[in-house]
Design a protein around this ligand. Sequence first.
Ligand SMILES: [Zn+2]
Length: 259
Amino acid sequence: MHPDLEKLILLQAHDVEAKRLRDEMVALPKHVASLETKVKAVEGQRAVIIGLIAKEEALRRRQESDVKDHQAKSARVRKQMDMATTTVQVTAFEHEIAFAQAEINKLEDAEIESMERSEGLEAQKNLADEALADATATLERERVRATETIAQDKTLLAEIEDKRKAERAEIGESALSTYDRIAKSKGTAVAEALNQKCMACQMMLRPQRWNDLRDRNNEETMMACESCGRLLYYDPSRDSPQRKTVPVESIAASIIRSL
Ligand SMILES: [Zn+2]
């Protein structure tokens, strides 16, 4: 293997980890912001339900006051009826009383309907209370986790940046500029070749190139994948003829293990 290639493999591992840390530091505040939005949405839904409950209560207060008005009117008319002198007057008063009673019945029915709506709304409010408590707890937990993780990421990133600087200083200028150029366009610049395939783009290597790559004495050239252009390396310990076979656990053994 070309001496710079080994260093590039290590550099890439640190570049990938640095990118992961940077991505995480960007993603976590967005994640927290999306949870804040969710809490606000649940709060909004709960406020709408509370508003509807208040509306039903106001409606019932009006209905009760209207019932009292009709009852008072009815009582007044009854007194007038006691002093009535003609059947025409009595009939007119009776109509008034019947009308008032019909209104009272209508209002009382409407009041029962309102109470039923309120019951439904109270159930919805309980669900909204639970949803809000859940969303708030999740937000608080994730906010703490994000703060802690970002602080850890910053420390790790600083360490990795120091390592990267030291590693880059050890690599030849031409190898480094090739690495940077490919990494910039492809995301990663070095890829393992395994079973005659580039593991980054999955394309097969021609037999001659595969043989050249596996040639232990070849320390001169760095070989690039003909398909994706990444620098290829070969790890003999991972090649299939030498790969250890994974022992397959018998069904009986796995049952015993799970007891
Ligand atoms: Zn490739």
